[in-house]
Design a protein around this ligand. Structure first.
Ligand code: ITT
Length: 203
């Protein structure tokens, strides 16, 4: 069976990826599980560029006898009132090892006094799929929301507790995994990639 290897060390992403890609009928492994130990510098300026950098570098490092597609997710939060920060630096914002409790509180503090109509934000997710022979496909998904006034919810990961969806009156951390995946940036980008894999890559 052809393997689908995800070049990510983020367990929150990996959980969602497994939930969304599970019905492809392929074995899904993280790079660590596939025995690939590679640290890739994300020096692109867009989500798409970084996803391609990660997926291509790992595809090039695949053992020659491994039949696999390597995928990578580069994603982040764009806050309009902060000039789209933290953007591609979402994981590195305030330092990679700083807890999300601190990062989330900092973002809420930076928006003090910003009225609700100007608290618009979005999650963006770019997915890249690369093969050993140099083919690369990309997709992108977004979800629009607002930065809340406090953290709410225990589900999801990262910035989910402050990402408020006015239509649902909940943050993405208050949605069940199924509810989040059905509408999220990652769900949208991965569903588009599933179609590409089904028609171009799954043999
Ligand atoms: P890999 O590069 O190993 O995949 P990473 O966490 O470093 O893991 P990114 O560079 O793509 O990944 O950074 C994405 C960050 O954006 C992530 O760490 C979260 O802080 C945030 N983010 C992305 N999607 C999110 C989501 O669905 N919910 C909450 N935060 C999210």
């Amino acid at each position: 069976m052809k393997k689908l290897i995800f070049a990510t060390g983020n367990q929150g992403k990996l959980r969602e990826i497994r939930e969304i890609m599970g019905d492809l009928g392929m074995e899904i492994l993280s790079t660590k599980e596939a025995g690939i130990d590679l640290s890739v510098e994300e020096n692109g300026t867009t989500f798409r560029e970084n996803a391609v950098i990660k997926a291509s570098a790992c595809a090039a490092a695949l053992p020659s006898d491994m039949d696999a597609i390597v995928m990578a997710d580069d994603s982040g939060l764009e806050v309009d009132a902060l000039n789209k920060e933290p953007g591609v630096y979402s994981a590195r914002y305030m330092g990679e090892d700083t807890s999300y409790r601190i990062k989330n509180r900092n973002l809420v503090e930076r928006l003090e006094g910003v009225p609700v109509e100007k608290r618009t934000a979005r999650f963006v997710c770019a997915i890249a799929a690369a093969t050993k022979d140099g083919q690369v496909f990309t997709t992108e998904g977004t979800i629009e929301g607002k930065i809340g006034y406090e953290e709410r919810g225990e589900n999801g990961f990262g910035y989910d507790p402050i990402f408020y969806l006015p239509d649902m009156s909940r943050t993405t951390a208050e949605l069940s995994p199924e509810e989040k995946n059905a509408i999220s940036h990652r769900g949208n980008a991965l569903r588009a990639m599933k179609e590409i894999i089904r028609s171009n890559l799954k043999k």
